[in-house]
Design a protein around this ligand. Structure first.
Ligand SMILES: [Ca+2]
Ligand SMILES: [Ca+2]
Ligand SMILES: [Ca+2]
Length: 435
């Protein structure tokens, strides 16, 4: 992976000087009838910065006052392309990220009371030396939960360590769109990967697509059924390399998909409720899987318990006879946590032979076919740990984990598959966000 750098570009000359004379601290902005006669904002001189494509750059106006009652506003006046982001633009510094080289013209306005000053900022974005790949560049972690494809996708070989397995996953997914596919197993199983550049969070556009193997069924007996088939939603969590060390050790933000708060707006919600399914979204859900006592057991195969007071057994089916517990793990228990989505699978035959796994409307991996716009994600959907929307400049790292804890009869558990990821902007794909 290309060494990531966040460039702190400071203005060399004194061409951007903004002086604030403040003679009375109590005479704040908007003081009625005050007119702020004795407070003056200095001129913001035109400023030139240099940056590189797909590299986060902090635009810092030097010699500008720190005054609490100065309101800053940055805006883009003209850009050679829409592939850019301008965030945290509410102080004398802003975070800028451009996908393509060229000359970007920005405007910055400082307002104090009734006075305001405007400066023109240009950023010359040069082409980065290394070409950005639209695909996954590195796998940082991989740990599937219990599942019928665990130890199979990728295939475990006797003696494999965690590192060996991650190397196998890299062989499947790095630098490719149609390489291989890995299974995350049941709820909580995860993969952490990164791109070789910062994916730009373009305003109004979807930015990434996590590739899976979701498809729609064409023989669902339910009249006017919403989209469903094999939809195994994975929760997507994103992060950018804020501390610039090239590692995914920064704050993570969940992509708030359509059922982040509740599944009530999913078209299938009413008939799932009627069928007695668990339709709740549960935040901070936690599940522990116990190492199986025997590999020869079918129904009471792997014991699990969650932090909601539920417990049960995962079954082993007749189609997949290898161990469903990741074989390179030494611990006897595996605990996973995260947002648990509602059950999304229903036996539409009523006889246990035709299960339909319905899609959530948007915001998940392996939930809609790779060709469908709803498999593409807008980074603007990211939220912090308290559920507040965050405005990310872009992302370097992605974690995907299986979001559903459900067994679907002979079909087995709902388990998210990951077959790659795409930076839509580098790939030249433009998909509008949801209206
Ligand atoms: Ca976006
Ligand atoms: Ca980092
Ligand atoms: Ca799948």
């Amino acid at each position: 992976m290309k060494k990531k750098t966040i460039e702190f570009l400071m203005l060399i000359s004194l061409c951007c000087a903004l002086f604030l004379a403040c003679s009375d601290d109590n005479n704040g902005p908007g003081t009625p009838g005050g007119g702020d006669d004795d407070e003056q904002l200095g001129e913001i001189k035109d400023t030139v910065f240099t940056s590189f494509s797909n590299v986060l750059t902090r635009l810092v106006l030097t010699n500008a006052p720190e005054g609490e009652d100065v309101v800053w506003q940055w805006s883009m006046e003209s850009a050679p392309s829409e592939i850019y982001s301008l965030t945290a633009a509410t102080s004398r510094e802003a975070v800028f990220l451009a996908g393509l080289p060229g000359s970007y013209k920005l405007k910055v306005t400082a307002t104090k009371g009734e006075e305001s000053q405007t400066g023109n900022i240009s950023v010359t974005v040069k082409k980065s030396a290394a070409e950005a790949s639209p695909y996954i560049a590195k796998i940082y972690d991989f740990l599937p939960a219990v599942g019928q494809f665990t130890n199979d996708l990728p295939a475990y070989t006797e003696g494999d360590t965690r590192e060996d397995i991650i190397t196998k996953v890299e062989g499947y997914l790095v630098g490719k769109e149609n390489g291989g596919m890995v299974s995350l197993g049941g709820f909580g199983g995860y993969i952490v990967f990164g791109f070789d550049h910062t994916v730009v969070n373009v305003k109004g556009k979807r930015d990434i697509r996590i590739l899976g193997n979701a498809f729609g069924s064409n023989a669902n007996p339910r009249p006017d059924a919403p989209f469903g088939g094999s939809c195994e939603p994975g929760i997507i969590v994103v992060s950018y390399d804020k501390n610039g060390n090239g590692l995914p050790d920064d704050e993570w933000y969940e992509i708030a998909g359509s059922a982040y708060q509740t599944a009530e707006n999913e078209a299938w919600y009413p008939f799932f409720l009627e069928a007695g399914k668990d339709v709740r979204t549960i935040r901070n859900y936690e599940i522990t899987y116990h190492r199986p006592v025997s590999e020869e057991v079918a129904d009471e195969y792997i014991y699990w318990e969650d932090n909601q007071g539920n417990s049960g057994y995962k079954a082993k089916n007749m189609f997949h006879r290898q161990s469903y517990f990741p074989a390179w793990v030494n611990e006897d228990r595996l605990t996973f946590s995260g947002t648990r989505l509602p059950e999304n699978g229903l036996d539409e035959s009523g006889a246990g032979n035709y299960f339909v796994l319905y899609a959530f409307r948007y915001g998940y991996a392996d939930n809609y076919p790779n060709t469908d716009d709803e498999s593409a994600i807008d980074l603007a959907w990211a939220v912090d740990a308290d559920g507040n929307p965050v405005e990310l400049p872009g992302i370097d790292f992605v974690k995907v984990y299986c979001g559903v804890n459900q067994e679907n009869g002979w079909l087995g558990e709902c388990s998210t598959e990951v077959a790659g990821a795409v930076d839509l902007h580098v790939k030249g794909i433009s998909i509008d966000t949801r209206k």
